[in-house]
Write a protein that binds this ligand. Structure first.
Ligand SMILES: Cc1cc2nc3c(=O)[nH]c(=O)nc-3n(C[C@H](O)[C@H](O)[C@H](O)COP(=O)(O)O)c2cc1C
Length: 205
């Protein structure tokens, strides 16, 4: 089967893409408006770009009423926090995806507990397994009407106190109980993992 993207309407085009790029991690992004209102929303077009200095990307499409609150706040303040989402936080994360009007605070409406960050003036989500405090590097407009590809430099990694950090292994994803997004309304939890050694190509002298 060959599907020509040009034949798909907006909804179909979105649905096929999110069903094929799976599973996706979820960036639960907190940001603050110039008036000091805290916003929280999930973004699964989220990825790492480079590690030293660490840069991550989040892509925000157009909302029903134009630009979404998250890119708008980040463009205005130059800061945001990417909070990871645990299984226990799934319901709250899903509720925070509601397209509330600009200036309405999801954490306040839903009762998401916040905590101060160390390096940015944007609070993190208190119970998240990890929070990546970010300083805006650039926003790249992609297409027309533009999606906002947000590049942020990580200024601090905040790991929940009950989790262990190993300099080689990093943080255990299963201990964090992070969830990922699949297609439309389906998500996954990490219930099974497997390991493989990296194979190095040796050159004979
Ligand atoms: C799990 C999940 C992942 C999402 N990922 C994205 C995404 O990558 N990009 C996007 O533009 N919207 C995404 N959305 C939709 C936004 O969360 C939604 O439009 C939200 O209202 C935006 O909030 P804001 O205007 O406060 O930023 C996602 C929704 C869910 C539930």
């Amino acid at each position: 089967m060959m599907i020509d993207p040009a034949t798909l309407n907006g909804l179909e085009a979105h649905r096929i893409l999110i069903s094929l790029i799976v599973p996706r991690p979820i960036a639960w992004v907190t940001s603050v408006s110039p008036d000091g209102i805290v916003n929280a929303a999930p973004y699964s077009f989220f990825s790492g770009v480079r590690s030293k200095p660490p840069v991550i990307s989040v892509s925000a499409g157009q909302g029903r009423h134009g630009e979404k609150d998250t890119p708008r706040n980040i463009a205005a303040t130059g800061e945001f926090v990417v909070n990871l989402v645990s299984g226990d936080q799934a319901e709250q994360m899903n509720r925070s995806a509601t397209e509330y009007p600009y200036g309405m605070s999801e954490p306040e409406e839903i009762g998401i507990e916040l905590a101060p960050s160390e390096t940015v003036n944007v609070p993190r989500i208190a119970d998240s397994p990890a929070a990546l405090e970010c300083s805006l590097q650039q926003i790249i407009p992609v297409g027309d009407p533009p999606a906002s590809l947000i590049l942020g430099e990580v200024t601090a990694y905040r790991i929940r106190d009950d989790l262990e950090w190993d300099r080689i292994e990093g943080i255990d994803p299963q201990a964090m109980d992070v969830i990922g997004r699949l297609n439309l309304n389906s998500y996954l939890r990490i219930t099974e993992t497997f390991s493989m050694e990296r194979i190095r190509y040796e050159v004979d002298d």
